[in-house]
Design a binder for this molecule. Structure first.
Ligand SMILES: [Zn+2]
Length: 407
């Protein structure tokens, strides 16, 4: 008798629990970046942090928590595939050089910056980021750990750990102060050092391998890069390659890295080679915003050519500066301006900010679209971005893994 009573009680409790965790969103408009279309009057059902059903005729279960976004346009949470959340350059103090930033800020402080920046990114509508290093001695690995254990709010983070680079990394050193670019960079010139660089990163919590191909006179060859790609692949990791020069981008394209970062002077030939080898371009065109004249035009022109050639692009910003009145998130969103200037259709921009990035980051089976089975990373904006792309700068609702963060 008591056993029966307890069984019923447990059933009721479990049932109540399930209902308490069911959320229904009424979406006035639901935008699908994949098709570039918006459906009206949709219902999204969310259970245990995941999307359970989507459609116009989805019934809202009794007791479900209802979120009325019928006057908004709902879309998947956005991706920034090139962030540096654990570094903030203070213009006056650092004289525009992040070399000084790395000397001025200890890793403990940089981890706190990572917490603040992660929150700001989520607030702006970015529910997933790929952080491509400059995290000192694995500061972002700690931030990722805190994000994953829900200690702090923020996007899903794929972090790069210590950037593997030829001697000197991205800095110019003096012989009596050799250590000043470490631990920021892992110098790897020989094959043994490349293996060590990859394995140390994996061991200490990197989720992607970032290499700098070309910020010194000696650059990684296509053979070097292929070697690192193979070593990273043994641990299931992809390689993101910082390429600033034509030669660097050419080598990375030839080797077939997962992504070329920046590539400001890539020729059409480089872009075609990269496309042929399945390389994704993370063009960091946000940087056009901090340039004027010829330098600005160069970024926009390369973006225009890349779109025309049809290489797969993922949205990545490379924001590192502190700017009064802005957050890391608002600045990251301003990276859409050069895309508009280049005449890239909003559909292609939204794909770069969602599905393309999700595939590059290797999380497309878990998030990046509003589809049953995927994580409920959902945002909403006041207008249809397909009609007014600047609506993306006014994200008024953010749900991360089924939990409302901003409303
Ligand atoms: Zn960067």
């Amino acid at each position: 008798m008591i056993r029966q009573f307890l069984a019923i009680l447990f059933f009721l409790l479990a049932h109540a629990h399930t209902h308490a965790q069911t959320t229904a969103i009424r979406a006035g408009r639901l935008l699908d970046p994949e098709t570039g279309t918006a459906a009206t009057n949709q219902v999204i059902l969310i259970e245990n942090g995941k999307i359970k059903a989507v459609g116009a005729n989805v019934a809202v279960p009794a007791g479900a928590q209802l979120i009325d976004l019928s006057r908004l346009t709902v879309l998947p949470g956005l991706f920034d595939a090139h962030t540096h959340l654990c570094m903030t350059v203070q213009a006056e103090r650092d004289k525009g050089s992040y070399y000084f930033t790395t000397l001025n800020d200890p890793d403990s402080f940089r981890a706190i910056e990572g917490v603040v920046n992660a929150r700001a990114m989520l607030d702006a509508g970015f529910t997933t980021v790929r952080d491509v290093g400059n995290e000192g001695n694995y500061a972002c690995a700690s931030v990722r750990r805190a994000l994953e254990s829900k200690m702090i709010p923020g996007p899903t983070m794929i972090n790069a750990g210590r950037i593997i680079a030829p001697y000197g990394g991205q800095f110019h050193l003096q012989p009596d102060k050799k250590n000043l670019a470490e631990p920021e960079y892992f110098f790897a010139d020989t094959r043994d050092e490349m293996i060590k660089g990859v394995r140390e990163n994996v061991h200490y919590g990197a989720k992607v391998i970032k290499i700098v191909v070309d910020d010194q006179d000696y650059i990684y060859s296509a053979e070097d890069i292929r070697f690192i790609i193979n070593e990273a692949a043994k641990a299931g990791m992809k390689v993101a390659a910082h390429c600033w020069t034509h030669a660097g981008a050419h080598n990375a394209a030839e080797a077939g890295v997962a992504s070329i970062e920046h590539g400001p002077v890539m020729t059409d030939e480089d872009l075609l080679l990269a496309k042929k080898n399945g390389v994704v371009l993370v063009g960091t065109e946000f940087l056009a915003n901090v340039e004027t004249g010829v330098a600005h035009a160069k970024w926009v022109d390369r973006l225009r050519r890349a779109y025309k050639i049809g290489i797969t692009m993922a949205y990545g910003t490379d924001v590192i500066d502190a700017v009064e009145g802005q957050t890391r998130g608002t600045m990251a969103m301003s990276g859409i301006d050069p895309w508009v200037e280049a005449g890239v259709p909003t559909k292609a921009l939204l794909q770069a900010m969602t599905i393309n990035a999700a595939r590059l980051l290797g999380v497309d089976k878990a998030r990046g679209a509003i589809r049953p089975g995927l994580a409920a990373d959902i945002i909403a904006v006041p207008e249809n971005p397909l009609e007014n792309v600047n609506a993306l700068k006014h994200v008024s609702f953010v749900m991360k893994d089924g939990v409302v963060f901003k409303r």
